[in-house]
Structure formats: C-alpha cells, structure tokens
Design a protein around this ligand. Structure first.
Ligand code: ADP
Length: 234
C-alpha cells in the first residue's frame, strides 16, 4: 500500500510505504543539530514544524508577556516550566490537527511526554515516530561555541553568520550558549530528557541516529531518511 504521508499543509517530496506517519518528534541534546534536521524533515515529509525553543525566543523578541516569563528561565539556562510549554504546544496541536507535524525540542521531560500522549489521544492521534539524534558530547561542545540564532525566525547557523540566511535579520549569540550555561543544560538533558527517549523506546517508536564524528548535515539527513524508511517497513 502506498500512503500519502501528509495532507493539506505543504507538499512532501517523499512518500512513505506501509504506514502513515503524521506526528514526528525530534529529540537530541542542545546543539545536536535538531534545527537543521527539523528543516530537512519538514521539507522531505511535508510536515509543519514547531520548535518550542524558537517559538519562545520569538516571544522574547516580540516582548510578549509569555516571552518575558520564559526569558527568566532561559537566561538562567533552565527549562521553562512544563505547564507553560504544555499549554503552548496543546494550543498549536489543536490548531494544526489536520497537518503532519514535527515537534522539535518537545517533549523534553517525561511529564511533558505524558501530557503530549494524553493530548494526542484526546485528538484521536499518537506520536508516530521519535527521531533521536545521539551526538557525541565533544562534537556538541565544539558546535555550541560557534552557533548563532536568528531572533526573528528562529533559524540557527553554525559558522558565525552575521545575518540570517532565511530572513536577513541580524543573528545573535544565544545568551544560553556559554560554557557554564551549557554545562547546566547538558546535565538537564541527561537527567530529564534522556528518560523521554526511554519512554518512547518502550513504545517501540524510537529511531536512533548516532553521530560520532563531524560531517555534513546532509549526511545525517540521508541517514535519517534511510532509518525512517526502515522503520516504516517494520
Ligand atoms: P537547545 O536544543 O539548544 O536546548 P532550544 O532552542 O530547543 O535549544 O531551547 C532553548 C531553551 O528554550 C531551552 O534551554 C529551554 O530553556 C527552553 N525550552 C525549549 N523547549 C522547551 C521545553 N520543551 N520545555 C522546557 N523548556 C524549553
């Protein structure tokens, strides 16, 4: 059987056999390349992406109340409270229930994963696949020192670009990209986010991509696409 992966929210360049995948989750450590691979996955499978980190940074740039609240936590390299992030994502999912979608940076705690599962169940859906970017810590540390973010559209670059390649806004170094903040974020990732991977592994939904040496993002994308194909044929 050939199944259209995605309906109504963009066009997929790849269709998937055997199984319909509509709810993707992308998990990985800070600076593991989630932003880059999120763009690849959205374009390839016609998914609408939601990056909670980019959305929160856009709220900060807009000076909204939500942004001001989130900024306190993000500047301190802390997770924004579950109830705040859960609320944002639940609203977005409700507005995009007819789309194939990709959650990037959410869920980041087991409590968030449980809330997501329950919210999707209410909508008659579930997480279909979790792509886990497992990048070696040495690579992550080196990348983090070179990356910049666009405060306007959320694009992330890794070669110190001055202007955003997507929207032209001036790029910034994120306030949470310094060695002290990174150490804290890594610790939280290990203790709070890695259990999310186990939560979905127990459901048989995790596709793990190991990255042990620095290479081109396209190579990682190609490996993800191959792994998604294999997952669909299971
Ligand atoms: P990174 O992947 O490098 O951590 P993100 O852009 O995904 O970057 O997130 C940046 C920050 O935004 C996080 O460190 C955290 O403070 C906040 N944030 C993003 N997503 C979540 C989430 N799901 N739960 C709590 N905080 C979040």
């Amino acid at each position: 059987m050939r199944v259209e992966l995605h309906r109504g929210c963009g066009s997929a360049t790849e269709t998937i056999n055997m199984k319909t995948l509509k709810r993707f989750v992308l998990v990985g450590a800070p600076a593991s390349g989630k932003g880059t691979q999120s763009s690849f996955l959205s374009e390839t499978y016609g998914l609408k992406p939601l990056s909670t980190g980019a959305l929160l940074r856009a709220e900060i740039a807009a000076g909204s109340q939500l942004g001001m609240e989130a900024k306190k936590y993000m500047d301190a390299a802390m997770f924004v409270p579950d109830e705040v992030v859960n609320g944002i994502v639940a609203k977005w999912l409700g507005e995009n229930k007819d789309c194939g979608c990709l959650l990037d940076g959410y869920p980041r705690t087991v409590a968030q994963a449980e809330t997501l599962d329950a919210n999707l169940t209410q909508l008659g859906m579930e997480v279909d696949i979790v792509i886990y970017l497992n990048v070696a810590l040495e690579l992550i540390q080196a990348r983090m020192l070179k990356r910049k973010a666009c405060p306007k559209c959320g694009e992330t670059t890794r070669n110190g670009e001055e202007t955003c390649p997507k929207c032209g806004a001036a790029m910034i170094v994120r306030t949470d990209d310094n060695p002290e903040a990174f150490a804290k974020r890594w610790k939280d990732y290990e203790s709070l986010t890695q259990p999310v991977i186990e939560h979905y592994r127990a459901q048989g939904k995790v596709v793990q991509i190991d990255v042990v040496e620095e290479g081109e993002p396209e190579e990682v994308s190609a490996r993800i696409a191959a792994a998604v194909r294999t997952y669909c044929e299971k």
